[in-house]
Design a binder for this molecule. Sequence first.
Ligand code: ATP
Length: 739
Amino acid sequence: MMHLRSLELSGFKSFAKRTILEFKTPITAIVGPNGSGKSNVSESIRFVLGEQSVKSMRGKRTEDLIWNGAEAAPRGNRAAVKLVFDNSRRLFNLDFDEVSVERVVYRDASSEYLLNGSPARLRDIHELLAGAHMSHCGHHIISQGEADRILNASLRERREIIEDALGLKIYEWKRAESEKKLLQTKENMKQVELLRSEIAPHISFLKKQAEKIEKAKVIKEELAGLYREYFARENAYIAAEKKELAEKESAPRSLLPVLEKELAAAQAQVVAGAPAHDAREKELSAFEARTEVVHVETARLARELGRLEGESAAAERALRERKASQARRSVALADVETLARDVEAETLLARVKALVRAFIEKHRHAPAAGEAALEKEVAELAEKRRALEEKIAMAGAAEKDAHSAAEQLRGQMRAAEDSSREAEKTIFRLLARKSEIDGILREVGARAEALAHAEADFKRELQEAAVVAGRGAVQYGDILNSQNQDRVEQEERRRKIERLKIRIEDSGTSGADDVLKEYNTATEREAFLARELADLEHAAESLKGLIAELGEKLDREFKEGITRINTEFQKLFSLMFGGGTAKVLVVKAPRRVRRGAEEDSEENGENESDEFMRAQSEEAEAEEGVEVEVSIPRKKIKGLMMLSGGERALTSIALIFALSAVKPPPFIILDETDAALDEANSKRYGDMIENLSKHSQLILITHNRETMSRAGVLYGITMERGASKLLSLAFEEAAAVAK
Ligand code: ATP
C-alpha cells in the first residue's frame, strides 16, 4: 500500500540543505545517533500537514523551525517541507496521479501552503487530508515519547483520538459545521425576526395610511363623478344664462336709443312751448289793460250821456211848454200846395211820410225867435247825444273787440297748455318705459355680473377639482338640456362637493403616491423577510436533520468501530502479554476542557482553523468518552495507573496498532515507539509492524535492530558541522549508524 513517495526538507530545523527522503518500500526506517535530527523528520511531516502548534514541534516561535545557522551553513530565511503522494488510486479526491503538499514558513512567521505547486488555504489542506484519513495531529504520527499519549489522554480526548483513527472526524467536522451553520441560521432568523418586528409597526402604520388612501380614492372617485355632473350642469347653465341674457338684453338695448330720441324730442317740445306761452300771456294782459281803459271811457261817456240826456230833457220840456202856448200855428197856402204836389209826385209811402214830417218840422220851427233858440238848443243837445251815443257805441265795440281778442288768446293759451301737457305725458310715459328698460338692463347687468363670478368660480373650481380629484374630475361632457338648471340642486351639489373635499382633507392622505410606494416597498420587504425566514426555517430544519443524521451515523460507526477495535486490541494485547484482556469502553465523559494544542498555538494567522477546531471541541462536550480497561495475565492489575513503563508502552502499542488495523491510515510514523521493548517484545513488535505495513506505509524512527531488520529502506541521519545529513544505508551499516 504505497502512498507516500517522498519527503523534501529545505531549511527545516537541522536540515540546512535540501534533503529528500524517498519512501519506496512499505517500511522505511530512519536511524541515527541521538540529536542527529531524526525527530525533526517526523516533525517536518506534521509541519507540512498543517501543524499549528510550534510548541508541539519543540519550538517557541515559528523562527525556531527555520535552519538557524551553524558551521555547515549560514542561517536560512525560510523553512520548506514538501510531501509527495502517489495519487494514482485517488487517495485524494483530486484528479492528479501525483499530489504534492508543501508548506513554507518565513522568519516573519508568515506561512503558505502549496497544493501541487499552487497556493492553497490551510482549510483546504485539512479537508483534503481528512478525506484521505490523515492529519497533522493524528493517530498515525506517534512522536517520540508520545506512544502512551492515548493512555494519558482524558476520556474525551481518547474518544477524539479514536474517532480520528476511525476516520469519523470528517463527520464530526461536518456536524460541527452544520451546527455552526444552524447557529448562524438561528442568528439570521433572529435578525430577520427582529427586522420584521422592527418594520411591523411601520407597516401597520402604512397599511392604515394605505387604507385611508383607498377610502379617499373611493371618495375621490365619487367626488370626480359629482364634479363631472356639477361641471356639466354649470357649463350648461353658464351657456344658457349667457344666451338668455344676450336675448334679454338685445331688445331693450336697441330700444333704448329710440326711446331716448323720443324723449329728447318730447322734452324739446315742452321747452319750445314756453316762450309762446309767455308772449301770449303778455299779449293777454295788454288786452286786458285795454279793455279796462275802454271800459273806464265807456263809463265816463255813459255818465256824460246821462248828463246830456238830463240837459236834453230839460230843454225839451222847456220847448214843449213854449210849444203848448203856440199850439195853433197857420201855414201859408202856398206851402201846403207845394206839399200837396210833392206828395202827389211821390209813389212811395215812406217818402210821403218823410215829406210830411219834414213839412211839419219846417213849419213847427219856423215861428218865433225864443222858440227857435230852444229848438236850436234841443237840436244841439240831441246832436251831442247822438255823437256821444256814437262814441259809446264805438267804445262798446272796442271793448267787445278787446274782450273777444283776449278770449281768443286765452283759447290759444289753453290749446298750447293742452299740447304741452300731452308732451309731458309722453315724457312721463317715455321715462317710465326707459326706467323699465333700465330696470331690465340693470337686472341683466346684475345677472351678467353674477354669471361672470360664476364663470370665474367655474374656472377656479376646474383647476381645484383636477388637483383634488384628478384629471377625470374635469372631463365633463356636454350633457343635459339647458332647461333643467335647478340652481338649488346645483348648490346642493356644490355643498356635497365641499363636504367630500373636507373628508378627503380629513383623511390626511396627502402625498398618497409616496405613502403607497413606501407601503409597497415595505410590504415587499416584509414578504421578502417572510420568505427569507421561511427559507431559513427550512434550512434550519434540514440542518437539524443533517446534524441528527450525522450524529446517528457517527454514533453507529463509532460503536461499530469500538467493537472492531476491541477485537484487534484484545488480539494484539494478548499477543504482547501472552494473554490477558484489553478493551475500550464508551463511558459518559465529564465536561472536557479544550485541548492544549490549540491554546499554545503561536501562529494566530490561521483563524479559520482555530474556529474549526473550537467548533469541534465544543461539539465534543455533549459526547461520551472512552475508557481503557486491561487485565494483565497472572497479575491482578486492572487500572492503567498500575502498569509498569514497559507494560504501558506495550498496551499503547497494542491499542495504536488496533486502531490502525481497523482503519488503516495511508502511512504511520512511529518515533521510537519501540524504545522500551525487550527482545521478545521487539520481535512481536516487528511482526505487528509487518502486519500493519500491509495496509499502511510505515516510517519508523528507531534504534531497535529488530525493527530495522523489518525495513525495506534504511536512512541514516548524522549530524555534520551542526547540520543533519541523510545517508542511505545497508542494514549492517544502519545498525552501526544507529549507535
Ligand atoms: P534523539 O535520538 O536523541 O531523539 P534525534 O535524532 O531525534 O535525537 P532531533 O531531536 O530530531 O534529534 O534533533 C535535534 C537536533 O536538531 C539538535 O541538535 C538541534 O540543535 C537541532 N535543531 C533543532 N532546531 C534547529 C534549528 N532551527 N536550526 C539548527 N538546528 C536545529
